[in-house]
Design a protein around this ligand. Sequence first.
Ligand code: PEP
Ligand code: MG
Length: 755
Amino acid sequence: MRGTLGGPRVLLRRLREVMAEPIHAQERLDKIVVLIAANMVAEVCSVYVLRVDAVLELYATEGLKADAVHRTVMRVNEGLVGYVAREARPLALSDAQGHPEFAYRPETGEEIYNSFLGVPILRAGDTLGVLVVQNRAHRTYTDEEIEALQTTSMVLAEMIASGELTALAPPGAEPAVRRPLHLNGVALADGLGLGHVVLHEPRVTVTNVIADDVPHETARLDAAIHKLRHSIDMLLEEDGLGSPGEHREILEAYRMFAHDRGWLQKMREAVLSGLTAEGAVERVQSDTRARMMRASDPYLRERLHDLDDLANRLLRALMGRDKVMERAELPENAIIVARNMSPAALLDYDRTRVRGLVLEEGGTTSHVTIVARALGLAAVGQVDNATSLADSGDPVIVDGQAGEVHLRPPGDVEAAYAEKVRFRARRQAQYAALRTRPSVTKDGTHIKLLLNAGLLVDLPHMDETGAAGIGLFRTELQFMIASAFPRISEQLNLYRAVLDAAGERPVTFRTLDIGGDKVLPYMRAVEEENPALGWRAIRLGLDRPGLLRSQVRALLRAGAGRELRLMFPMVATTAEFDAGRAILERELTHLRKHGHALPERVFVGAMLEVPSLLFQLDEILTRVDFLSVGSNDLMQFLFAADRSNVRVSDRFDPLLPTALRAFRMVAEAGERHNKPITLCGELASRPLEAIALAALGYRLLSVSPASLGPIKSTLLELDVAAARRVLMPLLDDNSGKVNIRAALRSFAQAEGLPL
Ligand code: PEP
Ligand code: MG
């Protein structure tokens, strides 16, 4: 350790003594900079602390002018210190003034120092400040010296993170340990959640970084690494019994990292420099994070998670599982922050206390998203580094409408959101008041409002919203959130529970709609070029009749003694419907033969989601008891626009005459054949679209639970005949210039309809 007096070990020991002294924070900092300067044989040692207002403030110095302390401030885009903070990487220069980022600060007397070594003060990869040493001579700092200063900076990180320096600052200029962050993501589930962070997999926090006994710490580190490798080998062995898949790949990656010489070497060196084994793990991980968090390469970010996870395992091995793993009591308003999670894990939380969900991954069609929506949680996904930036207990706001997260929000933001929440609550109360009002328009048209559902947690929504029944029960959700195929008895239990909850109200079960965007983790995925157009829904059901048959059997048994409604998804030809129906008949015969009680009546329908069915309406309507229009898929196929690809999914307005003419065809055919037509896609959940559908003759709309109140409040004020007078001429306008959305909006405004 050339150039340093006694090396970092001696320094760390001295620093520990200073940390233990019962003195004022400023005095402690002043002593620390003196010690570091002496140890590093530097004329200057300064500590800059990053403030909540994104400004770096000089907190202590040895060597620069003393009255610059707490007076010199700079932005993170200013000067060499700002550069180090921004890059979160050490910077060593023998000719500092020749560096393009050098900024001259006369009040510090800095101009006479030629060499500069700055290291970021990092905590969990987050920059808390910058530690600098300077020399008058043109000195070339060695790698060992840079390392030593980085190790030393951990003590400062601990001091800043502990909040000890906060008392030295006026309000609004405190150290940025917990600065407000505004994070952007993707809106997954509508709603606003205000509460406190609960990290799904809590990070281990290291508090004791300076070693008493270096050989002892080395032995601890080695033992922990040995244990870690062993536990990964065990996991791989256990996993070997199951199927190869993503899980195994992750474990293989863990094993590779756990044997990575570079990683281990860095941790060993950190211990040799005087850190505890925990301190060494944290120090190396903090560095790695700081570097990788700035990477835009998704592959690298993914690896960061693996490394984080490994580091956490190592820390647990070092600190004893029980100290770390016990999950604190869930706060009153919990916002769960996770990299990703399974639906089952989300359902494990006490749902009366959870208000929101923030995920680093997660897409609009992920299963956890589906569950979050069913639970009425505000959810935002694709929030980069959320688990690194948030700490358990931090105040946080999840805006599930805008897809934004406010971490540790400033008072004004919090107040604004609290007002929004109150506003929403008032609106909810207004909708709740409509619960028992019959859904009849101003001009006396009855429009039944039903719910889209799929999980047990959806059932209470029926009573809460006053829905007339369930228009679409997506049976695949039970399969999607399970870890293996649900047994027939489990299916039967769910269907019974649904029918029991509905009582007299009708429930339409849709048979399994798997494939496309609906993936089962435990079912071997078939590689398909175009999964949306692939082997899915009824196609899969007919090719794997065992699956469909057992589901139909469970449905028939659940419906014993009552009316049962079921429909097949993605029917493209009448032959497919006939084949589905044949399976149903076979099951009925089978159950009858074995003396099982049967449903009083079975209504069988088809979903209209594939445009081909638009041109066989008469044929299909003579076969079915009812049709249900799945506008999500119908629009996807009509406009050839992938519904899960945000680039194209909103490219085509479903209020274009093209789409509305298709909906009109279906409504008119339904009237001709005197067969009920339901619309169960998301379309019906939007007020303007619902007005259009009512005008086209739709009398059964199945909507998401959160939309039922708003749609009802619109329909109650609607004059259907008047809407029809506006809409119909536009539908047949061939000028190519009509804007139905605009026309309906003006109509709604003129009529005073709540939208
Ligand atoms: C639809 O496609 O409109 C529909 C209701 O089914 P899902 O959204 O489940 O595909
Ligand atoms: Mg569909």
